[in-house]
Design a protein around this ligand. Structure first.
Ligand code: ADP
Length: 481
């Protein structure tokens, strides 16, 4: 049983409510967690508000804040094996992903933003009034509610906690109900790092807990990663006090494979780009536009590479692809696949739930479709699963329009040996990140976020500092008083 963390104290929800999380590799109950209700949300907001004014936090030097964030990174690394195993059992991702990407990615995020604490500067501005000094200050936004999804629970918690705290905010983190456990452990480590009570609060719970935070007038900002549908709800929920919003939402990343591409390199990169974490990645490559002259070769090789991946429980070192997060999500992926077949897409490999020793878990075979057309739902809607739809193109000039004909704009990818093709496409595609001849990767030092229905604002790099601070202009008349 795990508790809530409010004002520096661990305890159950006031109403005593709980929920359970499952191990997606076998469907068994893994852990029971406190489910925060409205009174717990009120208590967490009150604790975070009072910590905001507490001299122990508000008066802490930037250097001390930096050391505290750095300490979190050290603690994450000291507990790397435990955290990785927890993530694998709660989320399903293979241990190689949890231990090789998730945990080090989280630690690096705290280190990167530890560095920012002492560099959050204002500027002296040459305003055009005589005898006037004008400077700007960057101040914390206030109480930040951080709502995370289930696909990379620990890493996404770090993406939000590290910059929010570097900027001097106080936080209430609410992990996804499917995968709260690595966040619970991270908050335990943060308690040990020495943040004053109320600076970091944890509410576990489901959509109702998130909605109560999003509507709360004592919350100044919500940073959310999740579905576009919930993102829209947050826009409405934030209207009451016009709280700030950062939204990192869905995607449908186009991957464009030009006639001159090194097809074997493109297959190796795209199979990972599509299937990393079983496709449960917001930037996952999700529609493949291939020059018609290379489309058959690409499809055949992608299908062979996808089918060769070893599907299995994340704790088994031989597993290359883990289960999907839940039965409900598996049903959603399967209905997209059925829909594609009904619309006439040609199934090349996969297309069903895995059976045999994997039947108890939420495993889905990597799936490749050929002959997909732009109007099919499988080319337009976010699947968030191990599904690869291949579309052919004839004219390189048509490809920008087709790639941009999407509600989303999180990422795009281009595979070519021609620099001008690559950079012309990079300039024209409407997406927050473009990956040329490589898989999608995040890095704390640079932008992450989307155009269009993929969200509002950017995380990471200096952009996160913008997102977690308010700018104030200070004017002084220097003439006689
Ligand atoms: P997915 O569709 O991938 O499960 P969601 O967008 O539903 O992702 O969920 C992402 C996070 O948002 C989770 O922590 C979830 O509990 C939370 N959430 C879901 N609905 C709401 C809501 N109406 N308001 C605030 N948070 C919500």
């Amino acid at each position: 049983m795990t508790d809530l963390f409010i004002g520096g104290e661990w305890g159950p929800a006031e109403a005593g409510a709980t929920f359970t999380t499952l191990n997606p590799a076998d469907g068994s109950v893994f852990e029971e967690c406190a489910e925060a209700g409205a009174p717990d949300v009120d208590r967490a907001v009150a604790a975070a508000r009072s910590a905001l004014a507490d001299p122990a936090w508000a008066g802490m030097t930037a250097a001390a804040r930096a050391r505290m964030l750095w300490r979190v990174a050290d603690l994450v690394e000291e507990h790397a094996d435990e955290l990785a195993e927890l993530e694998t059992r709660d989320n399903g991702q293979p241990l190689a992903v949890a231990g090789g990407v998730t945990v080090p990615g989280a630690a690096e995020h705290f280190r990167y933003f530890a560095g920012w604490c002492t560099k959050i500067e204002g500027s002296v501005v040459p305003v055009s009034f005589p005898d006037t000094l004008h400077y700007t200050r960057r101040e914390p936004v206030g109480v930040c509610a951080l709502i995370t999804p289930w696909n990379f629970p620990l890493m996404l918690a770090a993406w939000k906690l590290a910059p929010a705290l570097a900027c001097g905010n106080t936080v209430i983190i609410k992990p996804a109900e499917q995968t709260p456990l690595s966040t619970v452990m991270l908050v335990e480590l943060m308690e040990r790092a020495g943040f004053p009570p109320g600076v970091v609060n944890l509410l576990t719970g489901g959509p109702a807990t998130g909605a109560a935070l999003a509507e709360h007038s004592g919350v100044d900002k919500v940073s959310f990663t999740g579905s576009t549908e919930v993102g829209r709800k947050l826009v409405h929920a934030s209207a009451g006090n016009l709280k700030r919003l950062t939204l990192e939402l869905g995607g449908k990343t186009p991957s464009i494979i030009a006639a001159d591409a090194d097809i074997d390199a493109a297959v190796a990169g795209n199979v990972q780009g599509a299937l990393f974490n079983s496709g449960q990645v917001c930037a996952a490559y999700a529609r493949f536009y291939v020059d018609r002259r290379r489309a058959d070769e690409f499809t055949e090789k992608m299908a062979a590479a996808a089918a060769a991946l070893v599907l299995g429980p994340g704790l088994d070192p031989a597993s290359q692809l883990g289960p999907l997060v839940s039965e409900e999500h598996l049903a959603k992926v399967d209905s997209h696949v059925r829909g594609a077949r009904a619309e006439g897409a040609e199934l090349v490999t996969g297309g069903r739930r895995a059976g045999g020793r994997l039947a108890e878990g939420f495993f889905y075979e990597p799936t490749v479709f050929a002959g997909v057309t732009d109007e099919m739902a499988i080319a337009r809607e976010e699947v968030f699963g191990p599904v690869i739809p291949v579309l052919a193109y004839d004219d390189p000039d048509e490809i920008v329009e087709r790639a941009n004909d999407s509600a989303y704009g999180l990422a795009a990818s281009v595979w070519t040996r021609d620099l001008s093709t690559a950079h012309r496409l990079a300039a024209k595609v409407r997406a927050g990140a473009v990956f040329i001849n490589m898989i999608h990767v995040p890095d704390a030092a640079t932008t992450w976020g989307g155009f269009k229905a993929s969200g509002w604002g950017r995380e990471m790099g200096p952009y996160a500092i913008d997102a977690y601070t308010e700018v104030k202009g200070v004017w002084t008349h220097l003439g006689g008083a």
